[in-house]
Design a protein around this ligand. Structure first.
Ligand code: ATP
Ligand code: MG
Length: 419
């Protein structure tokens, strides 16, 4: 679990601002659900025989009533619970997004943490392929906005439960023939959840998994038509994709379309975003049957990719550093600074250390280090004239001009013009 400190936190804010803006353009609305949910929500929703439920959840007992609770390992189940609890779908579908921390007890490594952050989008109540495509286009637009390159899209279809059942039988028969090549976990899952074996991270089993019966070959015409519609809309929008028949995702709630955005630039933690349709989860959680589709991206992985590609400089810099030569000038300085801030100017105020306000020289050093474009100097002489000195710090000119405090509205806009 990591602390996120400045200046790195500025990248987080920058990413979050981009996401908010984009979600608004696609008319997805923000939802905020609790970090703790009843354990059964995840056990039933995600599936008992999944990595998350078997070994990754932080669960504990409520001291007062013994209720089993879990720090959310993902947010889809909570969003669906909230939608059901508040009858959000009574007047039609809802498009929602969230951002926040998730918790999984995993082995920490690059791109894999125990508290990590997801941004997710969910569209509840829409059965059509156009919404699957909309969500993929939304994620794709985000990569574009963030300047991310080399992200590829993998698609698959998991069909419907009846189709999965036939495939399941074929899968069990296949793995039974190769039981000696299965690792311990796969053997355990062979009869409880053989589809999960396809999601193995064990490289030794890759060849075996690659040759396993493909779910896509078991799909009926309706499932195939849904899949084709998604692809057709993506094609019409110039979005490149490949079908990965091994893509099954880690939770049991998915059906029909599933997808992942993958990069080769993050080592083995290359999936930055994953999602798909989950038409049966709303009913599972106790609501009226309602189709749904969504995705979640891993913020840490996306930011690492951004850092690597190094195509954005996100360093917050104040417009102005307020140099305050003596504490006698503080009342006037602070009230002027406040007026500037009300007008939208970003001002970093010089503040005393235990050694006092410090010399002009040391204050200008700090002004330079802050990256501010201007220093405002609240000198005694200027104060007597009801004025302040504005010194340019960054254009090399060192230009100094005096401005009247009464005309603050006139010059405050120039102070932010360099942003
Ligand atoms: P993986 O296969 O890498 O374990 P997952 O299938 O468990 O991923 P999802 O549950 O689909 O992941 O979550 C969506 C995204 O959240 C992932 O694609 C990844 O970017 C991110 N993510 C998942 N687990 C972690 C983690 N422990 N630390 C950081 N990011 C994570
Ligand atoms: Mg995982």
């Amino acid at each position: 679990m990591n602390d996120i400190l400045p200046p790195e936190s500025a990248r987080w804010e920058w990413l979050e601002a981009k996401v908010r803006d984009l979600m608004a353009r696609y008319a997805y609305r923000n939802i905020r659900t609790p970090i703790v949910e009843p354990t059964p929500l995840f056990v039933r929703g995600l599936g008992e025989v999944t990595d998350i439920v078997e070994k990754e959840m932080y669960s504990f007992e409520d001291r007062l009533n013994g209720e089993l609770l879990t720090l959310r390992p993902e947010a889809t189940a909570g969003v669906v619970r909230a939608a059901v609890e508040h009858s959000m779908l009574y007047d039609g579908g809802k498009r929602l997004y969230y951002m926040g921390p998730m918790f999984r007890h995993e082995r920490p490594q690059r791109g894999r943490y125990r508290q990590f952050h997801q941004i997710g989008a969910e569209a509840l109540g829409f059965p059509g392929a156009e919404v699957d495509a909309e969500l993929i286009l939304l994620a794709n637009a985000l990569w574009r906005e963030l300047g991310l390159e080399n992200v590829r899209l993998e698609l698959n279809s998991l069909g419907e439960p009846s189709e999965r059942k036939t495939h399941r039988a074929a899968l069990i028969a296949y793995f039974e023939q190769h039981v000696d090549s299965l690792d311990e976990e796969a053997r355990r899952r062979l009869h409880s959840n053989p589809l999960r074996i396809l999601d193995t991270k064990n490289p030794a089993m890759q060849a075996l998994v690659d040759a396993a019966p493909r779910l896509i070959d078991f799909l009926g015409p309706q499932s195939l038509a849904h899949f084709e519609s998604v692809k057709t809309i993506l094609n019409a929008n110039g979005v490149a994709w490949t079908v990965n028949p091994r893509l099954v995702r880690g939770m049991d709630y998915y059906n029909l379309t599933v997808f992942e955005f993958v990069t080769d630039q993050l080592g083995s933690q290359g999936t930055i975003c994953g999602g798909g349709r989950y038409d049966y989860l709303v009913e599972q959680v106790g609501g009226k049957p309602s189709p749904a589709v969504g995705w979640a991206l891993g913020v840490e992985r996306v930011l690492e990719l951004i850092n690597q590609q190094d195509n954005v400089a996100v360093v917050p810099v104040p417009d102005v550093y307020a140099v305050i030569p003596s504490s006698a000038a503080l009342p006037l300085a602070v009230s002027t600074i406040e007026r500037l801030r009300q007008r939208g100017v970003n001002v970093q105020m010089h503040a005393a250390t235990s050694a006092g306000m410090g010399s002009m020289k040391s204050q200008f050093k700090k002004a330079d280090a802050s990256g501010a474009f201007y220093a405002l100097v609240f000198g005694e002489d200027e104060a007597l004239r009801g004025a302040v000195t504005i010194k340019s710090l960054r254009d090399g000119s060192g230009t100094q001009v005096e401005r009247s405090l009464d005309a603050i509205a006139d010059w405050s806009s120039t102070l932010q013009s360099t942003r």
